[in-house]
Design a protein around this ligand. Structure first.
Ligand SMILES: [Zn+2]
Length: 340
């Protein structure tokens, strides 16, 4: 009896593999589980099993019935969900690989830069891409006659019927103004985001690009703290121990203003094509916040001082990785993107 049970079981397993549709499933059911099926026949024969074998045989018989019922149920549900219907899949084929997406290198850089500043206590603020003239220009000590307010440099938005003139922000600096208007010092914040300039697209410039802006305001903030903060950033981002230098410059919203250079990371200051044989790479603009900016947001310039800095993300990445053309960032060429 036990042998017979085993042989029916292996027969059922073989036949189960051939179930491809409702008809073959029904044939399987009739043959094994039906009222005149093989299992029924075995149960009929059970009464003739010698008493000493009844325990073992009964157990095997019940197990067989259970196994067959499970096969039937699972095949039935396979057919109902369609997973076995016409299944000619070759299960021995290797799996398909999919290209895994990653963050674009611009966003990786924004994450890296903002987290470098977060480590020394800077918060992250994301401003608005649509701004009014006050936040983008007036509050930043950029008067009416300043050339950057010209239509040729700025994308103005149709503001007919509005009491303010609206535009696409030309830098992330209006973020500073918003932060100062709604907070009291001390303030430590970095503002990353997209900015817009009405410029001809070339290998060096785009009409849309990214900046990160930083602002620190408190009592007695010194130029030395500005230099210390930016040295820390340059070493974290470009490489430990690189030489840096500040050169005098001009921005309407800082006084004094400077530009920061870092020793060329390719030639280590020897001079090469990328640094135009100067040994230096210009990485950002900075300076002490102009008292007029504090006045515009209602801070007392006698009480507070501060510093600000800003850098272009694409430009910074071009320096760091020796990328020759800014347009490459937006071409979505996977051969380029894959390298980051
Ligand atoms: Zn160089």
């Amino acid at each position: 009896m036990i042998e017979k049970i085993e042989s029916i079981k292996s027969e059922a397993l073989n036949e189960a593999a051939l179930i491809k549709n409702v008809d073959t499933l029904e044939q399987f059911r009739i043959k094994f589980l039906g009222r005149k099926g093989l299992v029924h026949e075995l149960f009929e024969g059970f009464k003739d099993v010698p008493p000493q074998e009844k325990g073992r045989t009964g157990k095997a018989l019940n197990e067989l019935k259970q196994v067959l019922q499970e096969i039937f149920d699972s095949k039935k549900s396979e057919l109902e969900t369609g997973s076995a219907a016409g299944d000619d899949t070759d299960h021995t084929l290797p799996g398909r690989t999919f290209n895994k997406g990653t963050r674009h290198l611009i966003h990786q850089a924004i994450d890296e830069i903002t987290s470098i500043f977060a480590k020394i206590g800077f918060d992250i603020y994301e401003g608005y891409e649509l701004e009014d003239e006050f936040h983008n220009f007036d509050a930043l000590n950029t008067p009416d006659y300043h050339p950057s307010r010209d239509m040729q440099d700025t994308f103005y938005v149709d503001s007919a019927g509005k009491d303010k003139k609206y535009l696409l922000r030309t830098h992330t600096s209006p973020g500073q103004v918003h932060v100062m208007q709604s907070n009291k010092p001390p303030i430590r914040v970095v503002v990353p985001g997209k900015v817009y300039r009405n410029e001809e697209v070339s290998s060096r410039s785009l009409a849309v690009f990214h900046q990160v802006e930083g602002l620190y305001v408190d009592k007695d903030v010194s130029f030395r703290e500005l230099k210390g903060t930016l040295d820390y950033f340059a070493w974290e981002f470009f490489g430990k121990g690189l030489k840096t230098r500040l050169r005098p410059s001009f921005f309407p919203f800082t006084e004094p203003s400077a530009e920061m250079d870092v020793e060329c990371i390719l030639c280590k200051g020897e001079g090469c094509r990328v640094c135009k044989h100067t040994g230096w790479l210009e990485i950002l603009g900075c300076g002490m916040v102009d008292p007029n900016v504090f006045k515009a947001v209602g801070y007392d310039p006698e009480e507070y001082t501060g510093f600000a800095f800003g850098m272009g993300i694409e430009r910074t990445l071009m320096i760091k990785h020796g990328i020759p053309d800014i347009r490459i960032f937006y071409e979505n060429d996977i051969r380029f993107l894959k390298q980051f």
